[in-house]
Design a protein around this ligand. Structure first.
Ligand SMILES: O=P(O)(O)OC[C@H]1O[C@H](O[C@H]2O[C@H](CO)[C@@H](O)[C@H](O)[C@H]2O)[C@H](O)[C@@H](O)[C@@H]1O
Length: 282
């Protein structure tokens, strides 16, 4: 395969982040969101799978960089399954931080470290079907069980996903608050989960473990803004970073695009970027 050039970041901070990654790859951390970044968006969340180029690109990069982590709102075990990350030779140090960092899977042990079910999530889950009926949920609205630590309400498969999403936004915020939960909004999804953890907290803690001298973070949705903010803050403290927005459709939040240093066209573009980095480092 012909090697492609690494695209040039738009911002001076991004250029600095990329230069640091290329200068000292052995101290660079690559952190990647799952849905919309590694896996193309599909109507049924249970059918989402990593782009076929992801694992080969990560296998090429892994020996050249300090660490690679997937940082996702999915339960860690689900991302491992849908990503095809388990038992891959060369990916024995991959880490998946699931549930926005509340869970962790380490490839070298194959174990998921996870807190147990959250009582408020269990209570909300039991209430949800009746609650959605009473609050004007559109036909096609779908509840995703997320292992007792979160529950997500999806509107992508309704006739008008935007209107269906907006109709539920305020009622679900009230329901979440009444149980001490928060709402994490995403691409046609409103997720109810315990507060106190986000991708920024998770990423900063992980970088602290790895003695990183630079970081690349790629994401596609509102939940990734916390990780973007963490990288921006770390840059202010001298850690160079590159922020990549994966943008395949008009759904992508403008705020994420505005805060990125580089935009790639969805998972396919992200794979091309990872391959270009691997080419440069080989
Ligand atoms: O943090 P992420 O890895 O990006 O996960 C965020 C949510 O992604 C999933 O929903 C999104 O992808 C689905 C499959 O492509 C799509 O149908 C849905 O509309 C998107 O919002 C997942 O289902 C959620 O649990 C994750 O929290």
């Amino acid at each position: 395969m012909a090697s492609a050039d690494i695209p040039t970041p738009r911002t001076p901070e991004g250029k600095e982040g990329l230069a640091a990654l290329l200068a000292r790859p052995e101290r660079a951390v690559i952190a990647l969101d799952f849905d919309g970044t590694l896996a193309p968006i599909v109507p049924d969340p249970e059918q989402a799978r990593a782009h076929p180029g992801v694992v080969p690109a990560l296998v090429r990069l892994a020996p050249r960089v300090a660490a690679i982590a997937v940082v996702t709102g999915r339960p860690a075990g689900v991302a491992v399954r849908y990503g095809g990350f388990a038992g891959v030779p060369g990916l024995d140090h991959l880490v998946v931080l699931g549930h926005y960092g509340a869970e962790r899977w380490d490839a070298h042990t194959g174990d998921v470290r996870a807190p147990g079910a959250h009582p408020a999530v269990t209570a909300v889950r039991a209430e949800l079907p009746g609650f959605l009926d009473r609050n004007g949920a559109w036909r096609g609205t779908w509840i995703e069980d997320k292992g007792g630590r979160a529950v997500a309400v999806h509107t992508r498969r309704t006739e008008d996903p935007d209107a269906a999403f907006e109709a539920l936004r305020a009622p679900l915020a009230e329901l979440a608050a009444s149980h001490g939960l928060m709402v994490e909004p995403g691409r046609y999804v409103l997720e109810l989960r315990p507060p106190g953890m986000d991708k920024g907290v998770a990423l900063a803690a992980y970088l602290g473990e790895t003695d990183a001298a630079s970081v690349l973070y790629a994401g596609d949705d509102l939940g990734d803004l916390a990780a973007f903010a963490a990288v921006t803050s770390l840059r202010g403290h001298g850690l160079p970073g590159l922020l990549v927005a994966s943008v395949a459709t008009s759904e992508s939040p403008q705020e994420l695009i505005d805060r990125s240093d580089l935009t790639v066209p969805g998972p396919e573009g992200l794979v091309a970027l990872l391959d270009a980095l691997a080419d440069a480092l080989e």
